[in-house]
Design a protein around this ligand. Sequence first.
Ligand SMILES: [Zn+2]
Length: 88
Amino acid sequence: METIYDEIEIEDFTFDSVTHLFQYPCPCGDKFAISLEDLQDGEDVAVCPSCSLMVKVIFDPEDLEQYVEEISTLSSDTTERSEIVSST
Ligand SMILES: [Zn+2]
């Protein structure tokens, strides 16, 4: 049976746009982690890999859009910039 340690707003997580991971400090010193893809799949429980504590992520599907945008901005940055330059 799953035991949820706490419920954390997605805004309180740190988002890494390279690994696509949301992380939140765990009392054990490690970090709870859940990926953006998991959240998009409807998963909402982040697990600490060290002590296996779990927290529930509080979010609305719309909340994910800004993070998706953040990733796509990063990955398509060079392409978009050259497009802007050539069209000017
Ligand atoms: Zn932990």
